[in-house]
Design a protein around this ligand. Structure first.
Ligand SMILES: [Zn+2]
Length: 257
């Protein structure tokens, strides 16, 4: 049997996160602030302020963290940030603002942000690490796109958790997941790549890893990279990410009840 050099195995694992989308980013601006009419001039008699119905209380999802825009040419996760925040989710992004602005996978300095979390000389990675320290995850989803992907799949960091499998199961009627997601030596099945402890330890040793790995290694939380084909229409990519986040939150919160 051929011996496969360690570094090749490691590189293949790293390739897992090596997705790059091809869509044109169209960052959505903030919604304009509601205009409150000043009708005092027409009403000499002060009246009780007519208040709009109070906003329904948004649900919150403590410890459930969503990150977006690590690769700037994979914008769909970032584009649903307002929708997620309206649902009470804690969302960070874009992790790579320059990349989103310029529709580029890499950082302005040419490096891949999703290889920088094992070092300390990447300002964007350090910013995200600090934000995570302020918002410590109990569970994390990192939203990506895979330009070469033909079907969606998940990459789970956290080998002892079955939530990735349960997310796929919950969505498989609606989405046809990649039956054999695979990158060189790392094989997944039925929409899920779930590197085992040995593989993850090797990635730690190499110190070239991404946000999902960092969150898992640092906070001992399950962290899942969510991938969908970059060739899907933008609305489909956005709808998929939104669906995955909502489903994951429901399953995560059910299991923590
Ligand atoms: Zn990516």
């Amino acid at each position: 049997m051929k011996t496969i050099p360690f570094f090749l195995i490691g590189l293949s694992i790293l390739a897992i996160a090596a997705c790059a989308g091809s869509r044109t980013p169209a960052p959505r601006g903030d919604d304009p602030a509601p205009v409150v009419a000043d009708d005092s001039a027409c009403n000499p008699t002060p009246e009780p302020e007519s208040e709009r119905d109070p906003e329904p209380e948004t649900p919150s999802h403590p410890g459930f963290i969503v990150t977006t825009g690590v690769h700037g040419n994979e914008p769909s996760g970032y584009l649903i940030k307002p929708d997620l925040e309206a649902l009470g989710f804690t969302v960070y992004g874009p992790c790579n603002p320059w990349g989103i602005e310029n529709n580029r996978r890499h950082l302005e300095d040419g490096r891949d942000l999703n290889r920088m979390f094992g070092r300390d000389d990447c300002p964007e990675a350090e910013t995200i690490k600090q934000w995570l320290a302020d918002n410590p995850p109990k569970f994390l989803l990192d939203l990506h796109e895979d330009p070469d992907g033909t079907a969606p799949y998940l990459i789970q960091h956290g080998p002892d958790d079955d939530i990735g499998r349960r997310i796929v199961d919950a969505l498989k009627d609606e989405y046809e997941f990649d039956p054999e997601p695979q990158f060189m030596m790392v094989k997944g099945e039925d929409g899920l790549l779930n590197p085992d402890g040995k593989t993850l330890a090797m990635m730690a040793f190499m110190k070239i890893y991404g946000l999902g790995f960092y969150a898992w290694a640092t906070y001992k939380c399950t962290a899942i990279v969510v991938e969908c084909p970059g060739s899907w229409p933008e609305e489909k990519r956005k709808a998929y990410h939104l669906k995955v986040v909502k489903t994951a939150a429901r399953l995560f919160e059910e299991s923590n009840d």
